[in-house]
Ligand binder design. Sequence first.
Ligand code: GLN
Ligand code: ZN
Length: 763
Amino acid sequence: MTKCSILGFPRIGASRELKKTVEAYWKKLISDDELADACRHLRNRHWHLQQDAGIDHIPSNDFSMYDQVLDTIAMVGAVPERYNFQDETVDYATYFAMARGNDNAHAMEMTKWFDTNYHYIVPEFESGQQFKLSTTKIFDEFTEAKSLGIMTRPVLLGPISFLMLGKTKDESIEPVDLIEKILPVYKEVLEKLALLGAQWVQIDEPILALDLSDKVIEAFSVAYKDILAMQQRPKICLATYFGSIEDKLPWLTRLSFEMIHLDLVRGPAQLDWIINNWPESMAVSMGLINGRNIWAADLNDCLGKINTVIEKLGSDNVIISSSCSLLHCPVDLDFEDKLDPTIKARLSFARQKLSEIKLLADAAADDCTETIQAQLDANQQMHNRNRDNKTVNNPEVADRLKNLYPEMFDRKQPFIDRKVIQKRFLNLPILPTTTIGSFPQTSDIRKVRAGFKNGSVSQDNYRLAMQDEIQKVITFQEAVDLDVLVHGEPERNDMVEYFAQFLQGFTFTANGWVQSYGSRCVKPPVIFGDVSRPKPMTVQWAKYAQSLTDKYVKGMLTGPVTMLQWSFVREDKPRSETAFQIALAIRDEVHDLQEAGIKIIQIDEPALREGVPLRKADWQQYFDWAIKSFRLSASAVDDQTQIHTHMCYSDFNDIIAHIADLDADVISIEASRSDIELLDVFAEFDYPNEIGPGVYDIHSPRIPPVQEIYDRIAAMLKVLKPDQLWINPDCGLKTRDWPETEAALANMVLAAKSIRQEMPLLS
Ligand code: GLN
Ligand code: ZN
């Protein structure tokens, strides 16, 4: 019989129980014991789900109260000094202090887990860094499952990935230099697991999917030779995911792991390598069921792949698995009772993926029974029906895409000429001041929005409430004397969901939550079919706002790459094609805004950076379609209409040339938290268009003094020309309160005015 596994199960719970429990604990509403109990309960349920589904290698230690990297930090005792950790084991207080900070010490940094929307806690290493086994979690969870009669395969984040995901404070050492120090802890863990009776362990080394230096590869080989030579250890499944590791397989398969897991969803070409080169002595774990998306797999296609591999290696050496941990997909489709049944039939959440995996393992066995065959046929028919469904594959959208022509991706004239036209047309002062779009979202606004959604607030009352808010925001901006105004986005709960609800081809789940970080979950919209825009989405609000003032009001839209990146994307079309469809929908909106008298339009692309592929070799292809889709959305207007874009991150050193390729007339970017690097970028790269690097940090309630903003602008003027610089905050203001927003923007305008006056002196 062919065996099957998954690399990890979502831990939040089908009703987000983990979020609720952990947050209750933070509020001191429940005790340590109650927290521990609730977590045990969740693990128990998840293990049983897997056991009932027939999964052979069930993971343990994939559970986490906050984050699996933080668990590893605790396990190896890499608690930064500021938390004053002196005990034998890391307790809850220290654990959560690292995640969220406490009165004495700020939280550890958090960043994106590879190219997912999950965020992990970044390990911090000091030059005299020591490691010591400091938690018993991995043993406890193994024993806990064992006492339930479930033999699990504990999951460990491997030492090389763990180190490489971290940062050293001291520039003289790189994280990977610490491998010799950390290895004894890993060996201690493996030995103890073996003593406890663990037959297998899964060691995750996702870092293998990146471009690695020779030094890292060498460290990897040395470390694992050492581990593999241990007398007493469980068998090791080395797990890789999020990309192909084909370039590393020649040396990696020479190390004598008992099993290697490959992500065949993200790296399908690895299949040939398995067929042609896989060593006889090693098992392969085929990651065929996508852990990153919510679509039911094409089971017959998967089965074909499995059978060719089994033919070569024999079924004992093949195990069927998820591409990566199921952490990145929602828990259970059974909870979705409001979804359109034709769409629901195409979906598969974590729990359903267990059944898909088991079915494939059973089907791969020689005795593929009639019931199994019937399920495979049903799956085939579902995919066929989908292909012919007009709401999925809309001929009008296809037609429009077929008829794109090169001029649709370009503004009529190049920026240097547009700049002259816009200057004449808009007549803005030098160093114009503006904001990024949203204003504080008070609880009153949220209540009205929620009421409108559940039907307790009428359409008219909703409109009036939003108009009131818009009026308030416009009045304030006029009073504080900003140059380019916004309507404040009161009608938007979320910058992607708001647009998605007006677009054909998008739908929403009731409970499709995915962990984003800690207790924070997101519920991305689902792109199930061709995207089109039946009617204008934002025009009435923009028009209303513009009617209240003689100053310009910026229209505010979300760009195609961000819409795509923050949704579950269909798999039956390339991402680029869906991006172009969304781009066309936004293009129509941009056009309609211009027709309605809006002269400045911002298309936000905060997710452009995170869509960048993990491997350099894939960058060009990504930027080709990503940039084209932005340009397609932005180029339907006259040259006098000014197109803005916004991105909220500052590490764009390596992508600045691509950002320039977007050819937005004006871009606002995050900058206030890392001034120096930013100035370096512009010292080196001659950014051609207009740009507003954020002059203050909106992530904090602190009110920036005038002088501080003034100094920042003066510093920017050293690398940017006065007639290309805009003055704006870092990002939208929706998470801030009104008093601090008023004070901060007033200071920003004062700083801009005073520097304008002194401009001749500065040059
Ligand atoms: N226009 C949006 C806002 O101001 C942009 C948000 C973002 O970039 N994340 O809130
Ligand atoms: Zn932003």
